[in-house]
Write a protein that binds this ligand. Structure first.
Ligand SMILES: [Zn+2]
Length: 169
């Protein structure tokens, strides 16, 4: 009987050591694949198309979208180091983003998507710096990978969905 207990105990102990998918190394490869095959994944000079993609992404994450929305994406010269800027914060019926054409053009594609999601995090999700995980942090990296983009946007949506119902400490 003693041996039987030990035999049953060992596999349980072994399997309990395997981290669950909730832990930090989540596999985003299926999302990256989905993104690559997505015909709605527009080019980064179609600013309204990019914003529409973000709105669809919000819908996929069950974030409520107002019935009527004004979308305004304008090109304008911004201060050095500011590639984009959100102006429609706190008003969910308006998305107003300003983009510096020169700095946008110089940024890599992954970074353009990352920055747009950051600005829409302010504008549409009403997040401030420090809310919404790394994507809403106030320091912009020199470059991003698609993995960074997917991981950080998923974290941002997860945090938005979490609040204000419960807090994890
Ligand atoms: Zn910001």
């Amino acid at each position: 009987m003693k041996w039987l207990i030990i035999i049953f105990l060992i596999p349980t102990l072994l399997f309990s050591q395997i981290p669950s998918k909730e832990d930090d190394e989540y596999d985003f490869s299926y999302m990256l694949e989905e993104m690559e095959n997505d015909k709605n994944f527009v080019d980064t000079y179609d600013l309204k198309g990019m914003i529409n993609y973000f709105i669809e992404d919000c819908k996929k994450h069950s974030i409520s979208i107002p019935n009527k929305m004004t979308i305004d994406a304008t090109l304008t010269e911004l201060a050095k180091g500011t590639i984009a800027h959100a102006l429609g914060m706190e008003d969910d019926s308006i998305i107003h983003i300003e983009i510096d054409p020169d700095q946008w053009h110089k940024a890599q594609i992954e970074k353009r998507w990352y920055i747009l999601y950051h600005e829409l995090g302010h504008d549409f999700l009403n997040l401030r710096h420090g809310e919404g995980g790394k994507m809403m942090y106030n320091i912009i990296e020199r470059n991003y990978t698609w993995y960074d983009f997917v991981r950080d946007k998923e974290t941002m949506f997860k945090i938005v969905k979490r609040e204000p119902y419960s807090y994890e400490y």
